[in-house]
Design a protein around this ligand. Structure first.
Ligand code: ZN
Length: 491
């Protein structure tokens, strides 16, 4: 089985203390300086915004029949396929003779309704089960094709997006384009594939349930978001995973899998003209969606008091999670919230580490602040040391949060957090696949230019910004606190 699904989007939840590295990957390493080959369009990244737009460069576009060149920045150039609205992001980078080809669909678990929760992810699995052209019965499954040329492929699903990718030698760009264009509209989607795949997904569900961080995160989101569909986890409810009819999956596929709801990203060793020719050949014949892509109109009602959840389940590690409502990633306060979360929980000099871990209350500290298209959560995690109680740990954590709100943070703390962020970002953009994972989250958050703008905005944060966002967002009435209480296994 090639798919990893939500598990890839939650790498975080499986490995203290390098938790939640994925969404922190945003900085501009020197080797990715701007290519500057594209004319700067009138498109504005976002508004209002603390992010700078000067990262987008202006230059003369190369002639590319059938495409419109939109803008460039951070090493990427954005094009639009005129015939069907497909968005294309290209980053030529010739350090090795390989490339990553990725398709991101702007559909995720937030687009699901009760009865079909987990459908995005289940469909992601079924996307590997074949089309008329590429299927196992012909000895031509897409996995076999990729294996044959020594490549790798996979897919992941998350709240706001689903992505599929191939990592290949640079000679095989056309194969990836052929496979992805083909399964965009030609999936067989057979009931005989759904049944066995459902059990694979059910196993993924069970694994998630056995992880205290994952389990706590799920229940905190369920309590914090009651109307907005971040309420349910990407994996879905078990009864939906088991029972969603194939017709529902087909309906989902036919609603969202269209070129005008997708982005093709290519990073690595290729020439722009060749890549555009290949994209035109395989993707241009696909029609635009015959309907408008449905947009969510639900917003979360105001929370008017603190909420609590408790999970008592077999396990060994007790965890306290304190969550606060935070704005979407494109919001101008997000960079300061990111730095705040790092000051609180990242590393041995963090506030939580010094106040909790050094005092033998916890075995570490970490936080979750994902890239999301809509308002979500900052969750601060405090995994309990042996002998510590949930109540004492929560009290000490809250005291630290109050201290930041009242007294602020130091310039040295901000500088250290920013430096750590930039170092992590450079490391996490090492190679075409890592970059693809990074830009994927930016696309999902609603604007790929976050790829370069976020680092700029992070660098500009000040101690006053940190104290301001702490006071604005870390409010008790906007909090959801969760305790994972481990139970000894029954004899
Ligand atoms: Zn999966």
């Amino acid at each position: 089985m090639k798919t990893k699904s939500a598990a890839l989007a939650l790498p975080a939840l499986y490995a203290l203390p390098t938790l939640f590295a994925l969404p922190t990957l945003l900085a501009l390493p020197a080797f990715l300086a701007f290519s500057g080959i594209c004319f700067l369009s009138v498109l504005q990244p976002f508004s209002p915004s603390a992010f700078s737009a000067d990262a987008l460069s202006a230059a003369v576009p190369p002639p590319s029949p059938g495409f419109t060149c939109i803008r460039s920045g951070g090493g990427f150039t954005e094009y639009r396929l005129d015939s069907n609205g497909l968005q294309i992001l290209l980053m030529p980078e010739h350090s090795s003779p390989t490339l990553t080809f990725m398709v991101t669909y702007r559909v995720g678990s937030r687009n699901e309704v009760t009865g079909a929760t987990g459908a995005t992810h289940l469909l992601e699995h079924l996307m590997f089960k074949g089309t008329k052209k590429f299927n196992r019965d012909l000895g031509l499954s897409l996995d076999q094709q990729i294996d044959k040329v020594g490549g790798a492929n996979n897919a992941t699903t998350w709240f706001d997006r689903t992505n599929y990718y191939e990592i290949l030698g640079s000679d095989h760009l056309a194969l990836a384009a052929d496979i992805e264009a083909d399964r965009m509209r030609n999936l067989l989607l057979r009931e005989e594939d759904r049944r066995p795949e459902m059990t694979v997904v059910r196993n993924e569900f069970e694994r998630g349930e056995n992880d205290p961080f994952n389990a706590l995160m799920k229940e905190i989101f369920q309590s914090a978001y009651v109307a907005y569909p971040y309420h349910h986890d990407t994996i879905g409810w078990l009864s939906d995973i088991e029972n969603v009819p194939i017709e529902k999956l087909r309906e989902f596929y036919d609603t969202y899998y269209w070129p005008d709801n997708a982005t093709v990203t290519i990073i690595g060793d290729f020439k722009t003209g060749d890549a555009l020719d290949i994209i035109r050949k395989y993707f241009a014949p696909i029609p635009r969606a015959p309907h408008p892509i449905p947009q969510l109109h639900t917003t979360e009602p105001a929370q008017t008091g603190p909420r609590r959840v408790t999970i008592k389940r077999a396990g060994e590690l007790g965890v306290v999670g304190i969550a606060y409502k935070t704005p979407e990633t494109r919001h101008p306060d997000f960079p300061a919230l990111k730095v705040l979360s790092m000051i609180l929980t990242n590393g041995k000099n963090s506030r939580f580490y010094r106040a909790l871990t050094d005092k033998n209350l916890t075995v570490g500290a970490d936080s979750l602040l994902e890239y999301t298209a809509a308002p979500a959560l900052m969750i601060l995690f405090a995994p309990l040391a042996p002998g510590a109680t949930h109540a004492d740990t929560e009290k000490a954590a809250l005291a630290e949060i109050e201290r930041v709100k009242k007294d602020g943070v130091t310039a040295a703390e901000v500088a250290a957090a920013v430096a750590k962020y930039l170092a992590d970002s450079a490391y996490q953009r090492d190679g075409s696949f890592a970059i693809a994972g990074n830009i994927n989250e930016c696309i999902a958050a609603g604007d790929w230019t976050l790829y370069h703008d976020m680092a700029d905005a992070i660098k500009k944060t000040t101690p006053a910004d940190i104290q301001r966002v702490a006071q604005k967002y870390l409010q008790e009435d906007q909090s959801t606190t969760g305790w994972f209480i481990p139970l000894a296994p029954q004899e």
